[in-house]
Design a protein around this ligand. Structure first.
Ligand code: FDA
Length: 402
């Protein structure tokens, strides 16, 4: 039987950061992970450059059944704190857009930094260690757990679940964290894919010929939330930052409204053009403002009729304005966990201390990172949640043991 004061299950962003913090506080800690290497999602993140935080982090950038839950942790370990650590390791970074900070060189820089921190503070990391069984030792005054990882048996006083969500199963995702919560009577907010591309219904499949075209749009969900950013047409549906962001606010069978020219007032522009050159055709205005292939596809599909501006009827004008500014898109669904960046839902935060991430039901049992019902926007918010929740947990464990 191996013993470690604290065991963390999951060597992802949250698990590694929590381990390093605990090590720094002089605590003994072991990380168990089912993979062959640490930080696999970090390596894939931000197109290989890891969008590790954002310059503008507020609780409003997170979705959870309890929107107040993130406040304490985000305030106690901020984006500035993580940026200082990145700078201490001389990792070059830049702001891409909207406050998003990326490594200049590679996401490997972040994994190397976390590994160096763990090494420096004596953290033990065991890879290829899939944790399958777990139980609490009956009668233990404070949390004491036994678990099995591969052939090895472990016992610990504090157990931190940092197993992430269900997205990208090929990177080692498992539902183990949710199973542990259920085992101890902690409810789960039903998980679903988040930050995920939408797929076409049968009737929209003609749009697949637009694959590869991208344009700046505004997209609005039924709940009123909207995002201005790029939309990318794919073979299967729509993707890009704006659709990914709105997917977190979309519910099955709902539509989203897409404004394909959010910085234009098409009606005004048509009015002006009609005065200056009444013979100008509607198509020529539209192709001037939008991808030609899209406009031609609309024509081909009979979605608008080309007409000289002087002859444009009220109904034809309204139809053109609706097509451009008010495209009602009803997704068939999403691409699911295969391509989702995050998992929405997870361990219900009403049963977790927002100060320490400890379960209110089971002493010594902690949940951090994406396994919790906390989902950030696209743009470095999910990693910041991993760092902040990990920090809260490490300080919580340390203080409880003083
Ligand atoms: P994470 O999933 O990172 O780690 C969990 C670990 O637990 C994994 O190593 C897993 O193998 C292990 N595990 C699971 N079950 C186990 C078991 N039973 N036994 C042992 N080990 C087990 N966010 C962001 O802020 N900026 C970005 O640029 C990106 N980019 C991005 C790209 C892609 C392609 C994806 C899929 C995701 C992102 N994200 C992101 C989201 C971000 O990667 C994610 O929110 C964090 O990695 C979550 O960190 P965790 O440590 O909670 O889980």
């Amino acid at each position: 039987m191996n013993y470690s004061e604290t065991i963390i299950i999951g060597a992802g962003a949250a698990g590694l950061f929590c381990a390093a913090q605990l090590g720094k506080l002089g605590r003994q800690v072991t990380v168990l992970d089912n993979g062959k290497k640490i930080g696999r999602k970090i390596l894939m993140s931000g197109g290989g450059f890891c969008n590790f935080t954002n310059l503008d982090i507020t609780p409003a950038h997170y979705l959870s059944q309890n929107p107040h839950f993130v406040k304490s942790a985000l305030a106690r370990y901020t984006n500035r704190d993580f940026i200082s650590l990145v700078e201490k390791y001389d990792i070059a970074y830049h702001e891409k857009e909207l406050g998003q900070l990326f490594c200049d060189e590679s996401a490997e820089n972040i994994v190397d930094m976390l590994q160096a921190e763990c090494h420096r503070y004596g953290v033990q990391i065991c890879l290829r260690s899939e944790v399958s069984k777990l139980h609490r030792i009956e009668g233990a005054e404070i949390g004491a757990f036994r678990l099995q990882a591969g052939d090895a048996h472990w016992q610990c006083k504090n157990l931190v679940i940092a197993t992430g969500g269900l997205s990208m199963p090929r990177l080692g995702a498992t539902p183990f964290g949710y199973q542990v919560a259920e085992q101890f009577g902690i409810p789960i907010v039903p998980p679903r894919a988040g930050l995920v591309p939408f797929t076409y219904r049968e009737t929209d499949k003609f749009l697949s010929v637009l694959a590869g075209i991208s344009l700046p749009i505004k997209v609005t969900a039924q709940c009123g939330q909207s995002f201005h950013n790029q939309l990318l047409f794919t073979h299967r549906g729509i993707s890009g930052p704006a659709p990914l962001q709105i997917s977190n606010y979309w519910q099955p069978n709902e539509s989203v409204i897409i404004d394909l020219l959010p910085t234009h007032h098409l009606e005004e522009e048509i009015k002006q053009a009609k005065q200056n050159s009444p013979k100008q055709m509607l198509k020529s205005i539209l192709t001037h403002l939008l991808p030609k292939k899209l406009v031609e596809l609309w024509l081909e599909q009979g979605m608008f009729k080309d007409e000289a501006l002087a002859n444009l009827s009220k109904a034809q004008l309204k139809n053109a304005l609706d097509l451009v500014h008010h495209w009602r898109f009803t997704p068939n669904g999403t691409e699911g966990y295969r391509t989702a960046e995050v998992t929405m839902g997870g361990v219900n935060t009403n049963y977790i201390s927002s100060k320490t991430m400890e379960s209110q039901r089971v002493k010594g049992l902690y949940f951090i990172g994406e396994v919790l019902d906390v989902t950030g926007w696209l743009g470095g918010y999910n990693f910041q949640w991993a760092w902040s929740s990990a920090y809260a947990c490490a300080t919580g464990i340390h203080t409880a043991d003083l």
